[in-house]
Write a protein that binds this ligand. Structure first.
Ligand SMILES: *Cc1c(COP(=O)(O)O)cnc(C)c1O
Length: 375
C-alpha cells in the first residue's frame, strides 16, 4: 500500500536521536531550546516557539492562553480534524462553525464576519492542505471585534502568504509534528506567537502553571524548594529526545517542500482537463508546502473511486468529515446542513498520496490507478 502520508527519516535523524539519548537530558534540556529556536526561525517570530507533546496539545495551550473558558465563543472551521474544535470545547468554549471557501476549503472571512460579536474570544482557521488562511483579512476582522486570530497550521509549516511565513500571520499559531505532517518529532507540536502575554501563558499552561521565580510568588519566603501554581495547567512538555529529531528534520524542510511541490506538479500535469475532477490550487499570493493532495471527484462516485483505489494498493484517505457530524457534536445539537460548502468538499474529497518519500514511479502508479478508477 502506498500511504497517503508518511515520515521521511534518514541516518542524520537517527544520529540526532541517539546523541540525545546519550546526553544528560532526556526531557526539557538543550535540545528543546534549540528546537524552539529553529521553529521560531522558520515561523518568523522573534520569540522562541513553545514546544509541546502534540498538535492537539498546542491547540489546547493556545486556546487557554487566548482566554477561552466557560461560555466564551470560538468561531472555527468544520473542515478539519476534530481537535481544532474539541480542544476549545474542552475548555468550555462555545464553538460556532463558519463555512469554508469553495476554492481552498479554508474558513470563509464573510462567514466569520457574520458570526463575529463581542462574546467572541477566538477565530480559529486551518491552513487546509497547506494553503494559508486569508490572515490579512481575518486578523484585522477578528481584532476589531476584540478577538484573536488563531491559525491551526498543522498542515502548513513551511508555507508562506504574501512572502511571509506561516507562524507570523496570526496572533497565535499552532503546529503538529505527527509523522504524516510536514516534519515530525513522532508525536509533538508547537505554539508560536509574538504577543508577550500569549507567550507567557502558553509556557505556563504547558508546565502546570508553575511559578518558580520568587519575585512573582505569593509566598516567596517559603524556602528554596518552593514553587506555586497560579493557574491550572498540564504537563505538555516535549522531551529532548523528540526535539532532537525535530531539529534534524527541520534542516531538510526546504527539500521536503520542493519534493512535495514536484509531486503536486506531476499530479497536476496528469489530471489537467480530466472530466469531473477538481484539482487543488492555491491563490497566487500563497506559496504552500503541500501537505495533502485533495482531489475532488463527483460525490455520487466518491465511495466507488475510493474503494477502487484502496483495492489497487493506493492508501487514499478522506480529509475531513465535517467536525459537527461527529456524534459528540451531534449530541450537543449541531445539525447537518449547517455549512454546505464544507459538506460538499467532504462528499467529493479524496486525499492522494503526498509525502517527500514518494518516488516518481509511485506517483505514476497513483496516477494510473486514479485514471482507471475514474473511467
Ligand atoms: C494533525 C492535526 C491536528 C492534531 O495534531 P496531533 O499532533 O495529531 O495532535 C490538529 N489539526 C489539524 C488540522 C491536523 O491536521
Amino acid at each position: 500500500m502506498i500511504p497517503y502520508g508518511r515520515q521521511s527519516i534518514d541516518e542524520s535523524d537517527v544520529h540526532a536521536v541517539v546523541a540525545a539519548l546519550r546526553s544528560d537530558w532526556l526531557t526539557t534540556g538543550p535540545a528543546v531550546e534549540a528546537f524552539e529556536a529553529a521553529v521560531a526561525d522558520l515561523a518568523g517570530t522573534a520569540r522562541p516557539a513553545v514546544a509541546v507533546t502534540s498538535g492537539t496539545a498546542a491547540l489546547h495551550v493556545a486556546y487557554a492562553a487566548a482566554g477561552v473558558r466557560s461560555g466564551v465563543k470560538v468561531i472555527t472551521t468544520p473542515f478539519t480534524f476534530a481537535a481544532t474544535a474539541s480542544t476549545a470545547a474542552l475548555l468550555g468554549g462555545r464553538v460556532v462553525f463558519a463555512d469554508v471557501e469553495e476554492a481552498t476549503g479554508n474558513i470563509d472571512a464573510d462567514a466569520v464576519e457574520a458570526e463575529l460579536d463581542e462574546d467572541t474570544a477566538v477565530v480559529a482557521g486551518v491552513d487546509y492542505a497547506g494553503v494559508p488562511i486569508d490572515a490579512a483579512r481575518l486578523r484585522p476582522l477578528a481584532n476589531a471585534a476584540g478577538a484573536l486570530l488563531l491559525e491551526d497550521a498543522a498542515h502548513s509549516l513551511g508555507s508562506t502568504l504574501d512572502g511571509r511565513p506561516v507562524g507570523s500571520l496570526a496572533d497565535i499559531t499552532t503546529f503538529s509534528f505527527f509523522p504524516t505532517k510536514n516534519a515530525t518529532t513522532a508525536e509533538g507540536g508547537a505554539v508560536v506567537t509574538d504577543r508577550s502575554d500569549l507567550w507567557e501563558r502558553s509556557r505556563s499552561f504547558r508546565n502546570h502553571g508553575l511559578v518558580r521565580e520568587p519575585s512573582l510568588q505569593r509566598y516567596p519566603d517559603e524556602g528554596a524548594w518552593h514553587q506555586e501554581v497560579h493557574e491550572f495547567g498540564l504537563n505538555y512538555r516535549l522531551p529532548d529526545v523528540l526535539a532532537a529529531l525535530g531539529s534534524s528534520q527541520l534542516l531538510r524542510l526546504q527539500s521536503f517542500k520542493d519534493r512535495r511541490a514536484a509531486i503536486h506538479a506531476r499530479y497536476g500535469a496528469a489530471f489537467e482537463g480530466l472530466d469531473g475532477v477538481v484539482l487543488p490550487s492555491a491563490p497566487p499570493r500563497a506559496d504552500p508546502m503541500w501537505h495533502l493532495y485533495p482531489l475532488r471527484v463527483p460525490s455520487e462516485r466518491r465511495r466507488n473511486i475510493f474503494d477502487a483505489l484502496r483495492a489497487d494498493g493506493i492508501g487514499v484517505q478522506v480529509n475531513y468529515v465535517p467536525v459537527y457530524w461527529h456524534p459528540v457534536f451531534e449530541d450537543l445539537g449541531y445539525r447537518r446542513g449547517m455549512c454546505p460548502v464544507a459538506e460538499d468538499w467532504y462528499r467529493r474529497e479524496i486525499s492522494l498520496p503526498m509525502h517527500a518519500g514518494l518516488s516518481d514511479d509511485e506517483v505514476d502508479r497513483v496516477i494510473e490507478s486514479v485514471r482507471s478508477a475514474l473511467r
